[in-house]
Ligand binder design. Structure first.
Ligand SMILES: O=C(O)CCC(=O)C(=O)O
Length: 308
């Protein structure tokens, strides 16, 4: 997008409210880099779906997750066994007494970085990150990377938006402030408790009412095979069906925000983890040093533009 110089040299404008030139240039360049990457990775249609429907599904082939997703699943089961002495039976698990969370009959583990190297590798998945930058700008950062183990049970997850949970109540800002990538580590089907969306709801700019949130006729389930990744805009209404079949639905949740919402819990992040990963890893986690590493212009651009 060209910036048109409208002021003739004889007219003057007080400086205080003028955006900085270097910031504007950074924003323009960032926008170009983001779009180029979407195009180069063959993600134009997926980005279009994000714009139109508010969510999109990447197949394991598109996301490049076919090999790593089973490793993430193994590491998740190992972790659950280590922490709870419970190794979920993916095919035969029954209802677990007392298992109820804000997400339904789900064992949520908020923050799994540090529980296995494969979680670090998952965080750096370049396709997921390209989609996050498309939604949240180049300075986007992790809020949390978590594990959901969903068991059979009676509870549906009501429709809701992530943006009002994290940012503030309706009306919601139209541009995504947060965005979510859920890796299906096991198959998603209606019986397995699939995630559901209301296509186009991100444009409503508000959270569903209590009545809408529980209207199952609005729930459009997403059935997808293990290794797929579903990505959505923070305003998109989504929920999940109860799991009616025996077994466990496993999900790696990666929740990102614009730079001002960054703030992953880094207490489990060791120096060794930072050393063995590219600088991008620390940037996504926003350790203080890496915040400075963003550079003043980029930091300012992130605050003032959509793409920085
Ligand atoms: O369990 C699910 O499928 C829904 C997850 C969800 O609502 C979320 O990650 O915000």
């Amino acid at each position: 997008m060209a910036i048109v110089e409208t002021a003739s040299s004889t007219e003057q404008f007080a400086d205080a409210f003028l955006p900085r030139k270097d910031v504007e240039e950074w924003g323009r360049d960032a926008r170009r880099r983001i779009i180029d990457e979407i195009r180069e990775r063959g993600l134009v249609e997926r980005a279009w779906e994000l714009d139109v429907d508010g969510y999109t599904v990447l197949s394991p082939e598109e996301a490049g997750t076919a090999e790593i997703a089973p490793q993430v699943l193994d590491a998740s089961l190992d972790f659950t066994e280590r922490k709870y002495g419970w190794r979920p039976d993916l095919d035969r698990e029954g209802e677990r007494e007392g298992l109820i969370s804000p997400f339904g009959n789900v064992q949520p583990e908020i923050g799994v970085l540090g529980e296995g190297r494969v979680f670090e590798q998952a965080l750096l998945n370049p396709v997921v990150l390209a989609m996050m930058r498309y939604l949240l700008g180049e300075s986007c950062a992790l809020i949390h990377q978590s594990l959901f183990l969903k068991c059979p049970g009676p509870d549906h997850l009501p429709l809701h938006t992530d943006q009002d949970q994290t940012v503030g109540p309706s009306p919601l800002q139209s541009y995504a402030q947060v965005a979510n990538a859920n890796w299906a580590l096991t198959d998603y089907t209606v019986e397995n408790g699939a995630i559901c969306f209301v296509p186009g709801s991100h444009r409503l700019g508000r959270a569903p009412t209590r009545h809408e949130a529980t209207d199952l006729s609005l729930f459009e389930p997403v059935e997808m095979k293990a290794g797929s990744v579903v990505i959505w805009h923070g305003n998109t209404w989504h929920g999940a069906l109860r799991r009616s079949a025996p077994g466990v639905r496993a999900t790696l949740v990666e929740y990102f925000g614009r730079q001002h919402l960054a703030g992953a819990n880094t207490s489990t992040v060791t120096q060794e983890m930072l050393d063995r990963n590219p600088p991008q890893f620390a940037e996504l986690l926003r350790t203080q040093a890496q915040m400075q590493g963003l550079g003043e212009t980029k930091f300012q651009a992130a605050k003032e533009t959509l793409y920085g």
